[in-house]
Design a protein around this ligand. Sequence first.
Ligand code: SAH
Ligand code: SF4
Ligand code: F3S
Length: 458
Amino acid sequence: MLDLPILSQPAVDIQTAPSNGLRVHVESYGCQMNTNDSEIVMGVMHANGYASATGPDDADVILLNTCAIRDNAEKKIHERLMHLKHYKKSNRDLVVGVLGCMAERLRVKLLDTKLVDLVVGPDEYRRVPELVDSAMGGERGIAVKLSRFETYDDIVPLRTDGVSAWTSIMRGCDKFCTFCVVPFTRGRERSRPLQSIVDETKGLWDSGFKEINLLGQNVNSYRDEVSGYDFSDLLAATARALPSMRIRYSTSHPQDMSDKLIDTMAEYDNICKHVHLPVQSGSNRILELMNRTYSVEHYIGRLERIKKAMPNCATTTDIITGFCTETEDDHLQTLELIRRIRYEGAYMFTYSPRENTKAWKMGDDVPDDVKSRRLTEIIEVQSEIARQINTREEGVTHDVLIDGPSKRDATHWKGRTDTNKIVVFTPLDATPCAVGDTVRVKIERTNKATLVGHMLAH
Ligand code: SAH
Ligand code: SF4
Ligand code: F3S
């Protein structure tokens, strides 16, 4: 369902849109790209006269920006929709919209319940104001066409967090891993122009952001079609343009993790030393069935190259347990890989079959209790490794970018190292610090998730 090169009109200029007195509340589920998409949707809504609600209670429009990656992600949305029934009862004019990957996957089925007034896929966000208007007039609507060209490059996302910004540098995915819905929910891969991303980053710095996260399902297959620049060029251009801005990116694919990209990361101090490189499985047979297009040996080679160029670079991964036909031996190979690599962290999931993917037809033959047991085993091994790695941080000094007060104790601050570890620390009485500052912190103690320390004088 891909469209032709018809570019929709940009949204109305934010300066000229008169307020329509209506308020929108948007909730984001799923990955960071959805977080940024919600900001794009709010940018479009503001440009069309809508204001932000303080929450669902004072909203005229509630939008759920959804995820379809696993069955439980969709279950969560169905539950939230059931809950929104109460809001509809107390406000009969309330408009409820489902956006994002689940909207793209389930389409008109979502209109089966009277609860949903509009269904909008990831490439049709320019049409949200028009569909909300129609819904207010009693006409429910759907817009789920995927585009080969839409990147929302001209839309100014409405951001609220003032330290770390998300920006999608590309959309879609062409990898077609056999288990994954993303190529179906987000369509073909397309990138924004390099200069526009660098300009956006400059604008973010000027408005006080200290960190940018460059997002894409496979950022390392980024390509500026006009200039031919690749992702390493983009990283270098951004790092040079804003030498004090912290630059992060996610997610990279092992097949496209080039030497050039690794060397670019190593070259610039402000490119954070953290690579999220999802491996999915430690068995070559399973990787082949998943269509991941790399072998365990290639993967290990990439990580060795990363560590050679950046010995202190943190590495994290994603793992799926219980993929079709996974045997105990395949599972043991995954455990072996985790022990060999020693990741700082991992997102670990049981396999969830998704309709229309290639793996859907392969069946789902690993029983749920086996999937869960294997998941527990990899979580246990990975947690112990993370704990051991963090123990080695005791006595080490880090630059910490402060993102807020500690949740547990407001006299402490919280922030992140450039390796993306959470640090809670005691400030210095003599040197006041604030959100957005970068301070030196000496680590005193650790657990598997957090480093705890005290601030040092500059
Ligand atoms: N583009 C990224 C991953 C995006 S989805 C990459 O290729 O690495 C995030 C993670 O969700 C994946 O890495 C995978 O581990 C997990 N995932 C995706 N589809 C899944 C499924 N059907 N069942 C379980 N986990 C899944
Ligand atoms: Fe999904 Fe694979 Fe694309 Fe990642 S690379 S989004 S797992 S199809
Ligand atoms: Fe989910 Fe879509 Fe992101 S399926 S993980 S919200 S790309």
